[in-house]
Design a protein around this ligand. Structure first.
Ligand SMILES: NC(=O)c1ccc[n+]([C@@H]2O[C@H](COP(=O)([O-])OP(=O)(O)OC[C@H]3O[C@@H](n4cnc5c(N)ncnc54)[C@H](OP(=O)(O)O)[C@@H]3O)[C@@H](O)[C@H]2O)c1
Length: 349
């Protein structure tokens, strides 16, 4: 079987090692993608450091890919070998993206628009899915899902939240940058985000109306919001999800509103307030979210081509897959600010 290079996590909380993996064959409905660019995400270093989520080792991580279709499975229409594409990967050794080739269902794959690079495209899938599912999925009985708004890429959802404010913690996070842009498409009239002031002009270019300095005390947030709007805050998206931002988001949320969180719930609740907490799973592969993913991916190329969704700014790491561990270390140490780190697997020495 043909071989490729992959970055393995050898064992739980073990070392990262570049090694050989066989190149999988696409099944019915799947594409084999030659990965030209993959993005680093916080979950990748958290799995290594805390030993969470993955039980089978050696494993390959990475959930963002942009590249070229290398083979097409039975029954696939709309894609051919050589097409440039991007998609979300998944944590199984044939679908992860810290390797040179990966498998993806064609129905959750988008063609690369002509106005962005493969490196930029790789900044999108996981963070965009997390933003989109957090705003637009319904929440289930266990508290997983999102705010249940109408998807802004469908006609029924475009502009539907006109007149309403939304608050976002972490405007400069990768997820936050996509929340801003989707909130704009949903028509929110006042998009307020916490971020470092140095990101103000960039985040304004994505659609933020007001930045609150992320370093100002959260105890002041309520009065800051009161000076900006009298309308009830029905949706708060917390892309930081520290204990403090979660609690503050919950407290400023209007009765009946939804707080979307991206990490485990640490909130002291007031059961009389009728507030919903939705823990988003940013994954379009999951059966319960697959239909939303198919809908998003059917419109994604066009949304990007029209400039309605812009990718994150990117920084390219050296040494392909071998450069990923150093990049993850920088993320863990909070030394990455407002850019997405990208590795090019084909440049692995
Ligand atoms: N549940 C899910 O499915 C899911 C999916 C994706 C991500 N996540 C989680 O979501 C979080 C965000 O992920 P990401 O990839 O978007 O992060 P990221 O881009 O790596 O976040 C880095 C940014 O966070 C900003 N930041 C850090 N602390 C902040 C604070 N207290 N207030 C405001 N901004 C702050 C930093 O701002 P400065 O530039 O000012 O330093 C920096 O720009 C992570 O915890 C990740 O694990 C969850």
């Amino acid at each position: 079987m043909a071989q490729q290079k992959a970055l393995f996590l050898k064992e739980k909380q073990g070392a990262w090692v570049v090694g050989a993996n066989s190149i999988p064959k696409p099944g019915a409905g799947d594409l084999l993608v030659k990965i030209e660019a993959t993005a680093l995400n916080p979950v990748d270093w958290k799995i290594q450091k805390y030993g969470v989520f993955i039980e089978e080792f050696p494993t390959i991580l990475g959930t963002d890919a942009a590249g070229e279709v290398a083979a097409v499975g039975a029954g696939v229409t709309g894609f051919k070998v050589g097409d440039k594409v991007f998609h979300q990967g998944w944590f199984s050794n044939d679908k992860a993206t810290f390797q040179q080739y990966t498998i993806v269902p064609a129905e959750i794959t988008a063609k690369l628009p002509s106005n962005i690079s493969l490196d930029e495209a790789a900044s999108m899938p996981l963070a965009l899915a997390t933003a989109a599912l957090g705003l637009y999925s319904p929440v289930d009985k266990g508290g997983q899902g999102g705010a249940g708004l109408s998807p802004s890429w469908e006609d029924a959802g475009r502009g539907k939240c006109a007149g309403k404010p939304i608050l976002l913690f972490g405007g400069a996070t990768s997820v936050g940058q996509y929340v801003i842009q989707l909130a704009k498409l949903s028509g929110f009239s006042l998009i307020i985000a916490t971020a470092s002031p140095k990101h103000t002009s960039f985040l304004s270019s994505l659609g933020v109306d007001h930045i609150i300095d992320r370093n100002s005390p959260l105890s002041e947030l309520k009065s800051q919001l009161a000076s900006l709007t009298k309308s009830p805050l029905e949706v708060v998206y917390d892309a930081v999800s520290s204990a403090e931002t979660q609690q503050t988001g919950y407290d400023v949320l209007a009765p009946g509103g939804t707080l979307v969180i991206v990490l485990n719930d640490q909130i002291n609740k007031d059961s009389s307030a009728g507030k919903t907490i939705a823990y988003v799973m940013g994954n379009v592969h999951m059966p319960t979210q697959r239909a939303a993913g198919v809908s998003l991916y059917s419109k994604l190329t066009s949304l990007v081509e029209k400039g309605e969704i812009k990718p994150n700014r990117v920084e390219i790491l050296p040494n392909g897959l071998a450069g990923i561990p150093d990049g993850l270390k920088r993320m863990e140490e909070d030394k990455v600010s407002g850019v997405k780190l990208i590795a090019r697997p084909q440049e692995t020495p």
